[in-house]
Design a protein around this ligand. Structure first.
Ligand code: G1P
Length: 297
């Protein structure tokens, strides 16, 4: 039996320049899929996986994120007075228990590994999860919950993994697989953003991790890697080199790369169509647009 994973780190310090001008004055994690900000999807997934402590690694200009998780008494009172129970329930999901959420600043943009390392004192000697909010995963059973269950069997470090086209491997951490057991793979190496010809496979790391506290030690001495940044992938690869287990986990679900405009739009369409209250009208609209476009071609 492994120790329970009850802490999660959300690295949210990025500037979100790909979404300018939208991200000029709001953090990209507040951008909205249908009617929920990206960060809400990540928090819901973490809660479903048993996470109780939420650690946000932020930067300047991310105040809206702190406000988002604050209790909004004015709004709550007004909804209570007008008897809007459904809306009150929606609002409740954004509330955090006092002391369950921590914000700390990454003072320099030195990379994902550095952002995670910033939270070392809050993690202590426990295993922890990392969730990258850009990666939104639609799944019957939330991805991190699937991983926590698998991790109970394997221990070690575990990263979410997905096959990507070979020519896309240079955008990801890529796994070198030593044993393929289906949904779980054992790794013998891991490379961050390799050139296509150097990629050991097309099995890419997706932004969900369960990590041992040893990773914080590894990050402490980590030299800059790909892109001159301190890479989380390199700290995990060190585990493999030193003979400790690192697994990839092929999750069941559909991943959207909401760090890109195309991925964000795809997620919007997909989540819109999955919503019972919007499905009919939205599906009709898409059918009409597609027909018009086909006719014009
Ligand atoms: C990060 C990680 C990379 C991983 C990717 C998944 O890269 O460094 O290993 O494959 O997330 O989305 P980024 O997309 O932040 O450049």
């Amino acid at each position: 039996m492994q120790r329970n994973v009850t802490k999660a780190i959300f690295p949210v310090a990025g500037l979100g320049t790909r979404f300018l001008p939208a991200t000029k004055s709001i953090p990209k994690e507040i951008l909205t899929l249908v009617d929920r900000p990206l960060i809400q999807y990540a928090i819901d997934e973490a809660r479903d996986a048993g996470i109780e402590e939420f650690i946000f690694v932020t930067s300047r200009g991310k105040g809206a994120l702190e406000d988002y998780f604050d209790h909004s008494h004015e709004l709550q009172n007004s909804l209570e007075k007008s008897g809007k129970k459904d809306l009150l329930k929606i609002l409740e999901a954004t509330n955090m228990d006092s002391g369950a959420i921590a914000y700390l600043r990454q003072h320099k943009a030195l990379g994902l590994g550095h952002a995670v390392w910033c939270a070392r004192r809050l993690i202590g000697d426990e295993p922890f999860a990392v969730i990258l909010t850009d990666d939104v995963i639609a799944a019957d059973k939330p991805c991190l919950q699937q991983m926590v269950e698998a991790y109970q069997e394997t221990g070690g470090c575990m990263v979410a993994a997905m096959e990507v086209p070979m020519e896309k491997t240079s955008s990801y951490g890529v796994l070198d697989v030593s044993e393929d057991m289906g949904s779980i793979v054992r790794t013998r190496g891991m490379v961050e953003k390799p050139k296509k010809e150097d990629a050991p496979s097309n099995l890419a790391v997706i932004g969900r991790y369960i990590l041992t506290p040893q990773i914080m030690e590894n990050l402490h001495n980590q030299a800059p890697g790909a892109g001159g940044e301190i890479q989380l992938t390199d700290a995990i690869a060190q585990e493999i080199r030193e003979g400790r287990d690192v697994f990839g986990f092929r999750f069941r679900g559909q991943r959207f790369d909401c760090g890109t405009k195309a991925g964000f739009l795809q997620a919007t369409v997909s989540f819109g169509l999955a919503r019972p209250d919007l499905r009919d009208e939205f599906a009709q609209f898409i059918a009409d647009v597609t027909m018009l476009q086909n006719a014009a071609e």
